[in-house]
Design a protein around this ligand. Structure first.
Ligand code: ASP
Length: 311
């Protein structure tokens, strides 16, 4: 049987073991395992990579611990504006949404953009209209409320600052983030998905790297599928996900070597804190980050099944 595999992340950043309780750590690991299993079940039943990343990302969006879907951070106006993208390496088909407000699973809406529209990226109220038209499940503001995100926002709402959901604040509090998945199915097709609430206290319709094809999300069967997490502005400037693909395509590097250059050299040089996960069409996985930790997990049909947080 051909090898197949899936990897997921739940954000990277200043995740300090010293600030984590055993209960919280268990809750994060359980959440990651649930998502990993949901995606893996699709692959095991001969499902496609695109369906696997969709299934895994929906689980992470539904988990209040992660900054996507239900657990999304607050904007400066006290709203939740979510970004998501999904891409298939088979034919480069892609769908993305930015700044959607009351969509329960933004990654599902991105999937609808990919499959049911002639577009790649829809934003704001237009994307919300498309969600209604597609009968995607909506949720009211209460659904997205969480006490700890609210507190995160209160700490900086009067400032001009905005915060990576998973960086440590002045108060020493830890914060966590964006979700994503990459998969390679038994046919050797690969796919990537990323979903986020963005950055706490963001203003002016700020959009990060997650929904931008080539920046936070990319997939091409010739090279790799990548989902990134980190300080979006820098990942946009670096065209980070596509750069991994380019290094593989034009320089013949392996996924691991290409990602290492982007994450641990190119992004570091521009202070681009974060990490990424990737898979190639031989089901090899890479998961790299240039900060203290990244919520992550991987599973394949050769017995690998692990979730991890720290280096
Ligand atoms: N990359 C995301 C953004 O900038 C944030 C994150 O990864 O948590 O919107």
């Amino acid at each position: 049987m051909n090898k197949f595999s899936i990897a997921i992340h739940g954000g990277a950043g200043t995740i300090l073991q010293s600030l984590m309780t055993p209960e919280l750590e268990k809750a994060y690991k359980d959440g990651l395992q649930t998502a990993l299993d949901a995606g893996y079940a699709v692959l095991k039943n001969n499902g496609s990579a695109i369906d696997a990343v969709l299934a895994a990302t929906i689980e992470l969006e539904n988990d209040i611990l992660f900054n996507a879907g239900k657990g999304s951070v607050f904007t400066n106006k006290g709203l939740h504006e979510m970004d998501a993208a999904i891409m298939s390496g088979v034919d480069l088909s892609a769908g993305a949404v930015a700044g959607v407000t009351n969509v329960k699973n933004p990654i599902e809406l991105a999937y609808h953009v990919m499959t049911n529209s002639n577009h790649v990226l829809l934003c704001g109220s237009g994307a919300d209209d498309f969600a209604k038209e597609q009968n995607v499940q909506l949720a009211n503001d209460d659904y997205f409320f969480s006490e700890f995100r609210y507190k995160q926002w209160q700490e900086i709402r009067e400032s001009d600052g905005y915060a990576l959901d998973h960086s440590v604040t002045g108060a020493g509090e830890k914060k966590f983030g964006t979700v994503g998945a990459v998969a390679c199915d038994a046919l050797g097709n690969i796919a990537a998905a990323t979903s986020t609430g963005g950055m706490t206290n963001k203003k002016y319709g700020r959009v990060g790297d997650s929904p931008l094809i080539g920046c936070g999300t990319y997939a091409n069967n010739k090279t790799c599928a990548v989902s990134a997490t980190g300080h979006g502005e820098l990942f946009i400037k670096a065209v980070a996900a596509y750069d991994v693909s380019c290094l593989m395509e034009y320089k013949g590097l392996s996924l691991q070597d290409a990602m290492n250059i982007v994450v641990n050299d190119k992004l570091v040089k521009i202070n681009g804190e974060g990490g990424m996960i990737g898979v190639d069409a031989q089901a090899n996985i890479a998961m790299l980050f240039n900060c203290e930790g990244m919520y992550r997990g991987r599973r394949n049909n050769e017995g690998v099944n692990e979730v991890a947080i720290y280096k």
